[in-house]
Write a protein that binds this ligand. Structure first.
Ligand code: GRF
Length: 217
């Protein structure tokens, strides 16, 4: 079986990278990580990759005069490694249109909200400020506008009355670690297509029937 070749792009902690490392460590999983790319030399995720014996590459954005040159360097590194799917996992740089176009339908991202709600940063602060009763996370294909693009998998978690941004982020993060490997598997199994309305369609997918109600009194 030939496994889908993943490059994972990180900037920091790398807990989603770890979830992908753990999933792909099973030889039966239909994808493998061939490269971890970081724009920050000290990113903790680099240690996780090294520990798992995965090649790492640092391309420090500070050494580049402009975004386009930096992005081309990243593409060159990922292509040299034979990348088939790019997984953004806490990569904290904006991407040039050229880069997004180059990897169109071959690049996915994880975001800690139920998109299209709460795009951008400081998500859980804003979820709490708005009194939302549910939070969650989304894996989606990447399009030019930040945190848009065909949605592949989402997970929902309740907001608790005493949540802080950190406690909510932790609950969401646990589900991120489930849905990122799941989305990668669905793609690697060739089950995800993008329809004429730019929506992801998943062959053979089943939705859970639970209806959630929050709060209950
Ligand atoms: C996650 O919350 C992810 O949704 C967002 O950035 C964070 C990365 O965390 N895009 P980690 O580096 O994977 O631990």
């Amino acid at each position: 079986m030939s496994r889908l070749k993943l490059a994972v792009m990180i900037s920091g902690r790398g807990s989603n990278l770890q979830a992908l490392i753990d999933a792909t460590s099973d030889p039966a999983f239909p994808a493998e990580i061939i490269l971890v790319l970081s724009n920050r030399p000290g990113a903790k995720g680099l240690e996780r990759a090294a520990k798992a014996g995965i090649p790492t590459h640092v391309i420090d954005h500070k050494e580049f005069a402009d975004r386009a040159t930096f992005d081309r360097e990243m593409t060159a590194a990922m292509e040299a490694a034979g990348t088939e799917l790019v997984c953004l996992a806490g990569f904290m740089r904006l991407l040039s249109d050229e880069f997004v176009d180059h990897w169109r339908d071959r690049m996915i991202n994880i975001h800690p909200s139920l998109l299209p709600a709460f795009k951008g940063l400081e998500v859980q602060e804003r979820v709490l400020a708005r009194g939302a009763r549910f939070a969650g996370c989304t894996v989606h294909y990447v399009r030019k506008e930040m945190d848009t693009g065909p949605i592949i998998v989402q997970a929902v978690v309740p907001v608790h009355p005493d949540d802080t941004p950190d406690s909510l982020a932790e609950r969401v993060l646990a589900r991120e670690h489930d849905i990122y490997p799941l989305a990668v598997r669905l793609i690697a199994e060739g089950r995800v297509t993008i329809d004429e309305n730019d929506r992801a369609v998943i062959a053979g997918a089943v939705a859970q029937e639970n209806t959630l109600l929050n709060p209950v009194g």
